[in-house]
Design a binder for this molecule. Structure first.
Ligand SMILES: *Cc1c(COP(=O)(O)O)cnc(C)c1O
Length: 396
């Protein structure tokens, strides 16, 4: 492991992705780690059993397979430790349960992933945690929103579906002045394009369902914490018993090996299509943080190293009562794009975004918002498919 640590230290990201997390010589030289299925782990004698003085103790507490993924995520995020959970949503709810107690107040970004909001408005509320949603563009202005009992600030950048960037360093600094833990859902950028812990965040969250798994066949989440917040996260993970399965962890680690090259293609294709959409009369606005026309683009440029393959655009529709029928006409004409949730897989997906739950970051008014996940298909084919959609929009 020592040798490997040194040769990887100054290596490029694709070199690191190819080698982090597992040393082949630890398991007979096989290039990939074994998939260890386990509940029971045996102890050599009663003393070791009593003191738990060995690396593995029980299936819920990790296996060599899940450890390989955790170590890879720690290497990418620069974190003290990572826990694996069975979905991206659980990667948000487990840290919330770890750091929040009855009587606490949490600040959640208003452009948050929808099911995160649902968890806050239902279970967190029932458990006696008060939640306020704040403007994704608040930046240092978030200072005004802290209460004496505020304990956690949750960020997500760019925001789900509308892609607002957040000033993460400014928000983290304010949160720390008020003694809060800062969590960030970093799924969009992956640790390749943004490293939250380097910008003041304490806990970085991933739906590794998306780009790390990369093939729309796995749901899994990871939570990576800095030194200060690691033990409490690990304790909550153990208390809740919400662990990830070794077969899925294996597949995610497998996906990580190629994530760099896949992301490059997702980035390039999505940007080409986003720029092309900006030039189309059928489009009112493109919501992509790497476009200079995007309002919070400067923050993306300052803090992020790249952009991934998912963004939205506002279809230009003059009358609000036509939004839905035009959006449906567009979506129904698509052949390459599938209509489905999630993203980060090899295939293109589209949907009409529902922004009815927003409190502060209101929906655009110029037309319906369509979200596109640009897959690994050829750009010319993807464009032709979108043109079919535009043609259908004119017919209704
Ligand atoms: C998809 C997604 C999640 C949830 O991941 P699942 O594995 O589908 O539960 C969480 N956060 C963001 C930003 C997502 O896009």
């Amino acid at each position: 492991m020592k040798d490997k640590d040194t040769f990887l230290q100054n290596a490029g990201i694709n070199t690191r992705l190819s080698h982090i997390g597992y040393s082949p010589l630890d398991f007979h030289g096989f290039v990939n780690p074994p998939v260890v299925h386990a509940s029971t782990v045996l102890f050599p004698n009663a003393r070791v059993m009593e003191t738990h003085d060995q690396k593995y103790t029980y299936g819920t507490r990790g296996t060599p397979t899940t450890d390989a993924l955790c170590e890879a995520m720690d290497a990418l995020e620069g974190s003290a430790g990572t826990v694996i959970v069975p979905s991206g949503l659980a990667a948000v709810t487990v840290p919330f349960l770890a750091y929040l107690s009855a009587g606490d107040h949490a600040l959640i970004v208003d452009s948050v992933y929808g099911p995160t909001r649902f968890f806050c408005d239902t279970m967190l509320k029932r458990l006696g945690v008060e939640v306020d949603y704040y403007d994704p563009l608040a930046g240092a202005g978030i200072e005004q929103l802290f209460k004496p009992n505020t304990r956690l600030v949750h960020t997500e950048a760019p925001g789900s579906n509308t892609f607002e960037m957040q000033d993460i360093p400014a928000i983290s600094a304010a949160a720390h002045r008020h003694g809060c833990v800062v969590t960030m859902d970093n799924t969009w950028a992956t640790p390749l394009y943004f490293k939250p812990l380097d910008h003041g965040v304490d806990v970085s969250i991933h739906a590794v369902t998306k780009y790390p798994a990369g093939h729309s066949d796995i749901v899994m989440g990871t939570v990576s914490a800095n030194e200060t917040h690691w033990q409490r996260l690990l304790d909550a993970h153990g208390q809740l018993g919400i662990c990830g399965a070794p077969d899925d962890a294996y597949q995610v680690l497998r996906g990580l090996r190629t994530m760099g090259v896949r992301l490059e293609r997702h980035q390039e294709s999505a940007l080409e299509i986003a720029r092309w959409l900006e030039s189309r009369e059928e489009v009112a606005r493109v919501l992509h943080p790497a476009l200079p026309s995007f309002p919070s683009h400067e923050i993306w440029k300052r803090d992020f190293k790249g952009s991934s393959g998912i963004f939205s655009f506002v279809l230009a529709v003059d009358r609000a009562e036509k939004f839905k029928v035009k959006a449906h006409a567009f979506l129904d004409a698509l052949r390459i794009f599938g209509l489905g949730y999630s993203w980060g897989g090899f295939e293109s997906l589209a949907l009409q975004v529902n922004l009815n739950d927003r409190r502060v970051a209101k929906a655009p008014t110029e037309g319906p918002v369509i979200r596109l996940q640009i897959g690994l298909e050829d750009v010319a084919d993807i464009k032709a498919d979108i043109e079919k959609g535009f043609a259908a929009v004119k017919e209704v």
